[in-house]
Design a protein around this ligand. Structure first.
Ligand code: FCB
Length: 442
């Protein structure tokens, strides 16, 4: 009996010491925002201000893995989206009016190669015209090659779940690169690989709507393989171009900072979401496999930052069941997750370890009435400014998004735009926060 009691109390002590150590090593910073002068900003000359979009969310009229998924699942359809494919010149005028110096957008593979091996030169010309137009406006184009969407035929072959499909992805990327890289210097190979794999293969909320942990890990490795192949090939074609990945860094914090279970879940999720990816990029090994060419395959790291996630015993199995918890003092955004600008700094510190320049490729908030966005922008930019002052090499900030658009599984319910879009008339209206962003840029 005595032995059991002794063993049990030693276990409690060990767990206590372990949790104390975790608490020290992974502090969850919170600032006293009331006492911070958010107007105290300084950015180096040459810092680029921008906005970001993605093809499937704005162009309209697409048939790809996503539109198929919308149909199969009875989700709201992307349909005409922002009709950007015909209105892009007007939209680029909006960029000029905002005064941005950089614009991140994605190229839609399903447009360019609707059937395997058949290339649509006409559609390619439109992207090329877009690039010319941006350059003539003095706006740096930053092109993303894969932002969640790809052709139906490629999905039917298994997409990123089957590494034998990677050569198709590579040849699409090479072709786009050969057409645009004389004018486009900055490229993101893949947008948010972890979101793509977790949402598509664990939570089943993105195409192909599957659920399997082993499958997810396979897709994660293949996404990194795909990135590495593309990086090596494109770098060989034009070494002066700068290539990176847009990495979503979500922070995982234990709901209760004294709960060993919450800590365990937080650390596991952090490893799967963030740590294993960064390890892959620095060592060329991810989740037990060697990823050829992945080591040092970033000229810059794109950082997409939105929030932190509070973990508990019950892991969500689908976003519908996802309960976003928040700290008492935090404000919940329309999406449900809290505004946590402090985490932006933690995310910056995390990607800084890669030792390459940082481009903020996405940051923003869903806020139809525009009540939170101004404060959201102010806080997040203050954090970026402080990080730069303290020596972080951050080159740009792209606000998500230029305008309201199709927010994936959420459809049109989430409004992330600096411009509000009336989807019946396609009228764009600059929100107050857009005015604020414009004034700040100037
Ligand atoms: C990111 C996506 C982007 C947009 C924002 C709100 O995860 O990359 O397309 O949907 O979230």
């Amino acid at each position: 009996m005595w032995h059991w009691a002794a063993a049990a109390s030693s276990l409690v002590i060990v767990i206590f010491l372990l949790v104390s150590r975790l608490r020290r090593r992974h502090p969850e910073t919170h600032y006293d925002w009331g006492n911070i002068d958010l107007g105290d900003l300084s950015f180096p000359s040459g810092f680029l201000w921008g906005t970001a979009t993605a093809a499937h969310q704005i162009e309209g009229g697409l048939t790809n893995n996503w539109s198929d998924f919308e149909e199969d699942r009875g989700l709201e359809r992307s349909g005409a989206a922002c009709e950007h494919w015909t209105l892009w010149r007007d939209d680029f005028q909006l960029l000029s009016d905002l005064g941005v110096g950089s614009y991140r957008f994605s190229v839609e593979w399903s447009r360019l190669e609707p059937e395997p091996g058949s290339w649509d030169e006409g559609e390619m010309r439109v992207y090329s015209d877009m690039v010319d137009d941006l350059v003539s406006r003095g706006i740096r184009p930053m092109v993303t090659l894969h932002h969640f969407s790809h052709p139906t035929w490629w999905e039917e072959r298994g997409g990123f779940a089957d590494r034998r499909n990677l050569p198709d992805f590579l040849s699409y990327c090479e072709r786009v690169f050969d057409e645009l890289s004389d004018r486009v210097e900055y490229w993101c190979t893949i947008n948010e690989p972890t979101v793509c794999s977790a949402m598509g293969y664990t939570l089943g909320q993105f195409p192909p709507g599957k659920r399997g942990i082993r499958l997810t890990m396979r897709v994660m490795r293949n996404l990194m393989r795909g990135h590495a192949m593309v990086y090596r090939s494109l770098k060989g074609r034009r070494p002066e171009c700068q290539l990176g990945v847009a990495k979503n860094v979500t922070l995982f914090d234990p709901a209760s900072r004294w709960s060993p279970v919450d800590w365990l879940v937080a650390r596991i999720l952090d490893w799967l979401w963030n740590g294993s990816w960064r390890k892959g990029m620095t060592t060329g090994r991810m989740l037990g496999s060697r990823i050829p060419g992945a080591k040092d395959s970033l000229d810059f790291v794109g950082l997409n930052y939105y929030t932190h996630f509070l973990t508990g015993l019950f892991l969500p199995t689908a976003t519908k069941e996802l309960q976003f918890a928040k700290r008492e003092h935090e404000v919940a955004t329309e999406f449900g997750y809290p505004m946590y600008a402090e985490g932006f700094r933690r995310a910056i510190d995390f990607v800084s370890e890669l030792g390459v320049p940082i481009e903020i490729t996405e940051n923003g908030v869903a806020d139809a009435e525009d009540t939170l966005r101004p404060e959201h922008i102010r806080r997040h930019l203050w954090v970026v400014s402080e990080a730069i002052k303290e020596g972080h090499d951050i080159r740009s900030y792209h606000h998500w998004s230029l305008m309201d658009n199709f927010e994936w599984a959420e459809g049109y319910s989430m409004r992330f735009g600096l411009h509000a879009v009336d989807f019946r008339t396609q009228e764009r209206t600059l929100r107050k926060s857009g005015e604020f962003y414009r004034d700040l840029i100037s």
